[in-house]
Design a protein around this ligand. Structure first.
Ligand code: MN
Length: 267
């Protein structure tokens, strides 16, 4: 006598479509500033957008003899290379903080660029591939990609390098913006088996990690043509930056520069 009833209602909720990726977040948008600064009919640098991100995150450091010599640190995130200009380059000494000025996102193709940018063009000068490899997240978030995004947003970007010349755990800590509004960060080596007190890694390695060439050889044998009319002004410009000296307080206390920085922050 009991009637069979259809007890289980089939819910046929239509699957919500995720919608198109936000136009404000793609590499095309992120690379707009990079492209605006360059005339690709004059420079051999890539315009970008042609390479799909692989599952492994890439990093590269390019030594760049522009008006000021510096090292460009680039870390892949969400389809572009997040980029910092580091005047003094990296140090393996955990007591040393290196100023790192964030610059515009670069295309992933830039990772294989070595050569000269014509004088008068943006960033004109010689570019050497100084180190390259892959990197991974170095923080505690169980989702590495979320950890990297969050760290970048927060200004406490922890990463582990797997390069030819640089390995191990590092951090970029955002401190403030300069007068032009560009974010300033500090690049610091964490204490680990790859840390080297009093490291001079940038003077130990002065040739291309890709081709073995010196800056002069990359420039085509013409020594220092890239800053001919600016030589006097810039020759000594980078010598005594405050970030060049090891953190004496760190030495005394046995804390790394990063630990001291974080302790000050939380006070
Ligand atoms: Mn540069």
């Amino acid at each position: 006598m009991a009637k069979k009833t259809a007890s289980a209602k089939k819910s046929t909720s239509s699957a919500q479509s995720p919608g198109p990726a936000k136009a404000t977040e793609g590499p095309e948008v992120k690379l707009a500033e990079y492209r605006k600064k360059r005339d690709f009919s004059r420079t051999q640098e890539p315009a970008g957008g042609g390479v799909r991100a692989s599952h492994k995150l890439a990093f590269v450091i390019q030594k760049h003899a522009a008006s000021h010599l510096h090292y460009d640190l680039r870390l892949e995130l969400d389809g572009v290379m997040k980029s910092w200009a580091v005047p003094k380059g990296p140090s393996l000494d955990p007591s040393v903080k290196r100023l790192a000025m964030q610059v515009e996102d670069h295309p992933i193709e830039y990772n294989s660029f070595e050569g000269t940018i014509p004088k008068g063009e943006y960033g004109g000068g010689t570019v050497m591939l100084w180190d390259r490899g892959t990197y991974s997240y170095g923080g505690a978030n169980p989702d590495p990609l979320e950890g990297l995004r969050g760290g970048h947003k927060k200004g406490d970007f922890k990463f582990v390098l797997n390069g030819k010349r640089l390995q191990g755990s590092w951090v970029l800590v955002r401190t403030r913006s300069d007068s032009s509004g560009k974010p300033q960060w500090l690049l610091i080596k964490h204490k680990d088996e790859y840390a080297v007190p009093d490291s001079n890694v940038t003077t130990e390695h002065t040739t291309s990690v890709a081709t073995g060439r010196s800056m002069e050889e990359i420039a085509g044998g013409q020594s220092r043509v890239w800053h001919s009319n600016r030589a006097e002004k810039h020759e000594t410009g980078d010598k005594e930056k405050p970030d060049s000296a090891p953190d004496r307080q760190s030495r005394k206390s046995g804390q790394s520069a990063y630990e001291r920085l974080m302790a000050r922050r939380s006070r």
